[in-house]
Ligand binder design. Structure first.
Ligand SMILES: NC(=O)NC(NC(N)=O)C(=O)[O-]
Length: 336
């Protein structure tokens, strides 16, 4: 859970995942100045913390990135690698607790530098403006929507002229490099491979997208957890796969869900207008990574994970192979 959860409403861009998230592999690579507070705080996943009148050797302590007061005409910048490349739809610049020292204006540039570029190479990259110089407020979540269909790998946050920013969130659609998707089985449900959570019956305790994030869940808050269900029925999670493919192994990981794991789970698959069972209703254990080998060979584009009656899932992994057509589509999308 972060401090910068979008306000409710029909604002699709803000419900897209944060491509700069540290948990996805994002990193703050460089900043021209971090005299007061360090740049890495920009992508911390935690709510911003603040205690007034706490002074360190450099001044008041802030949970964010804060530069010195400029005495020239320049501006400050920080360079961020996205965890997974993608199309950026919205950027949030959260100045929580920066009141007398927030940047009055910000802008954001983006570039596409595939591979593993060094900072020196990135500084020479072809940067495009995705958020022009825009007004920002102090102690606020400043939101800027982006209408640019290009795929980017890095962003640069500019402060005009200087100041402090608590958090940067870069919402967008992952467009991963499909090199290697052809020869190896991959997790067709992984966000990093281009899958997405498209719906959940209940998202009371955590963001359901946590269930398809990389790595092991760090805690119960890191996966999907529902409220206790007090009515008949069951909870479910919808996932659009990275592409049309055949799933051979399903991993249902209830790690950290000790007294609130689902009793049972099943998975339904969808391919066009057809739906079919991928995993029949199966008993689950608390705090356990379950692995099921699936017998079928029908391709699917999306799945619904059903949990009975409620609980959640730390991680859902669906290992399989893309169809040749789906692989070609991803390659075209990545190159365009
Ligand atoms: N009281 C402050 O916050 N002062 C300043 N910042 C820090 N971190 O002390 C400043 O000058 O921007």
């Amino acid at each position: 859970m972060t401090d910068t959860a979008p306000a409710p409403g029909p604002r699709a861009a803000w419900s897209l995942p944060d491509l700069a998230a540290r948990a996805l592999g994002g990193a703050v690579l460089a900043a021209n100045d971090e005299s007061f507070a360090e740049k890495e705080n920009l992508i911390r996943p935690y709510p911003v913390v603040h205690a007034a009148h706490t002074f360190g050797a450099k001044g008041q302590v802030y949970d964010g990135w804060e530069t010195r007061r400029r005495r020239d005409d320049g501006h400050d910048w920080a360079l961020i690698r996205l965890g997974v490349p993608g199309v950026i739809s919205a950027v949030a610049v959260d100045t929580a607790y920066f009141t007398g020292n927030y940047p009055p204006r910000v802008s954001v540039d983006a570039c596409r530098a595939d591979g593993h570029p060094a900072v020196a190479d990135l500084l020479k990259a072809d940067w495009r403006t995705i958020v022009p110089v825009s007004d920002a407020k102090g102690d606020s979540r400043n939101e800027y929507e982006v209408a640019d269909p290009a795929r980017y790998t890095h962003v640069r946050l500019n402060l005009h002229p200087d100041g402090g920013v608590a958090r940067l969130r870069v919402h967008g659609t992952p467009v991963p490099d499909p090199a290697g998707f052809a020869d190896l089985p991959l997790d067709l449900a992984a966000l990093a491979n281009g899958a997405a959570v498209t719906g959940a019956s209940n998202a009371f305790y955590s963001n359901p997208t946590g269930a398809i994030m990389p790595g092991l869940a760090a805690s119960q808050a890191d996966g999907w957890e529902t409220a206790r269900r007090r009515t008949p029925g069951h909870e479910w999670l919808d996932v659009r796969l990275a592409g049309r493919g055949i799933v051979r192994i399903a991993e249902l990981d209830t790690t950290h869900l000790k007294h609130n794991a689902p009793g049972w789970a099943s998975i339904d698959a969808r391919d066009g207008a057809d739906t079919f069972p991928l995993l029949e209703r199966t008993a689950l254990q608390p705090d356990t990574p379950h692995r099921f080998v699936l017998p079928g060979d029908r391709p699917a584009t999306a799945v619904r994970l059903n949990i009975f009656p409620d609980g959640g899932m730390a991680r859902l992994r669906l290992y399989g192979r893309l169809t040749p057509e789906a692989l070609r589509d991803l390659e075209t999308r990545f190159r365009s």
